[in-house]
Design a protein. Structure first.
Length: 127
């Protein structure tokens, strides 16, 4: 009996883990971008979506296809992201966003564990 006649083949365990990890990372990124302050908080919803896709490793052409927009639109959004974050490349924008995310997580942990005000904030990243 062929695999199609028996129904869909099961997804290998490592692929399930990858899919679930991707969903978790995507949810964390979405939450971070939704509540971001500083330069990341200045991004429009469309720019935030593009940055999220870049953070997930998608190429501009993938982003255009997923968002059902043209490549010039994606390029414009990326250029606006670079300008607002004051960086010169997509890689730098992604690194900036992940640093901001990690700093926010650290600050939140300090606040929750010690009842202290964070030593640094995302505002410091803007300067």
């Amino acid at each position: 009996m062929s695999p199609t006649a028996a129904g869909p083949s099961p997804i290998p365990a490592e692929d399930v883990v990858t899919v679930e990890l991707g969903k978790s990372v995507r949810a964390l990124i979405d939450a971070h971008l939704e509540h971001a302050i500083g330069p990341i908080g200045q991004l429009s919803p469309a720019e935030s979506r593009v940055l999220r896709h870049l953070m997930m490793g998608h190429s501009p052409s993938d982003i255009a296809a997923m968002q059902i927009v043209s490549m010039p639109t994606v390029r414009t959004q990326i250029n606006r992201i670079l300008r607002k974050l004051d960086v010169t490349s997509q890689t730098a924008a992604v690194a900036f966003a992940f640093r901001a995310f990690l700093q926010a997580e650290h600050d939140q942990k300090l606040e929750n564990e010690n009842g202290l005000e964070p030593v640094t904030s995302l505002h410091a990243l803007a300067s």
